[in-house]
Design a protein around this ligand. Structure first.
Ligand SMILES: [Zn+2]
Length: 61
């Protein structure tokens, strides 16, 4: 296991961007805004790292 987080990946990503068999999808946490509201203040969405999109496996996963 590698404990260092890959800068190309966010917690919500299944794989690094560009991986064959994967595609970008709207982040289900922030719904594409890249931000979430926590305690009344907007915060960068941790799931997508503020990008608003995640990388998910597509096809017969
Ligand atoms: Zn998000």
């Amino acid at each position: 296991m590698n404990n260092e987080s890959d800068p190309e990946m966010n917690p919500g990503d299944d794989a690094p961007a560009g991986t064959p068999g994967t595609g970008e999808d709207v982040c289900p946490v922030c719904h594409g805004s890249g931000k979430v509201e926590a305690e009344g203040a907007p915060q960068t969405c941790a799931n997508c790292g503020g990008t608003g999109v995640i990388v998910e496996g597509i096809g017969g996963g």
